[in-house]
Design a protein. Structure first.
Length: 173
């Protein structure tokens, strides 16, 4: 089973509160993020959203869809939100936000395994293509968010892949 350890970083000329609100209102993502087909809130969670469960359906630059549920496991208002994915992707994701003057950066770390047999069988050959696809989807999300908020996108970059070590949920709590 392949482990994908991916990092993306978006930088906007925007207040951190605007970026935070857009990222935490995941049900609105299909309006501005081209590859998010649907987001359905299944459980609300607490007042900050911790414990919330959403079902995501994603499309991509490649001809396939992926569906999974994401449970929010950690919320630090205006700083960090993390969750655990279960479904066709299993693992953990975390948004970390920082602001410096007028610039807000949003870093997404995504450590997942795939459940689809064909993806696992072909991962030695297609792993680089799956990573490229993820980064293309994320770059589109950065542009979509900037357009949605009417702010300037300063940069949207794929970070170096993390070492594909066993997935440790501790950094996502």
């Amino acid at each position: 089973m392949a482990i994908y350890a991916l990092v993306s970083r978006w930088c906007f000329e925007a207040p951190v509160a605007a970026i935070w609100e857009a990222l935490t209102l995941a049900e609105t993502w299909p309006r501005w993020w081209r590859y998010v087909e649907s987001v359905e809130l299944l459980e609300r969670g607490d007042g900050e959203g911790c414990g919330a469960v959403r079902r995501f359906v994603w499309t991509s630059r490649l001809p396939y869809r992926l569906a999974f549920q994401m449970r929010t496991t950690r919320v630090e208002r205006l700083r960090s939100i993390a969750g655990a994915a279960v479904g066709e992707l299993n693992g953990f994701g975390r948004w970390d936000l920082e602001s410096a003057g007028p610039i807000t950066s949003a870093r997404y770390t995504w450590m997942v395994t795939t459940e689809r047999a064909w993806m696992n069988r072909l991962s030695p050959l297609l792993g680089p293509v799956f990573r490229w696809n993820h980064h293309a989807v994320m770059k589109e999300g950065a542009g979509g968010l900037a357009r949605h908020l009417g702010v300037r996108l300063v940069s949207a970059e794929a970070g170096k892949a993390l070492h594909a070590a066993p997935i440790s949920p501790s950094i996502y709590r």
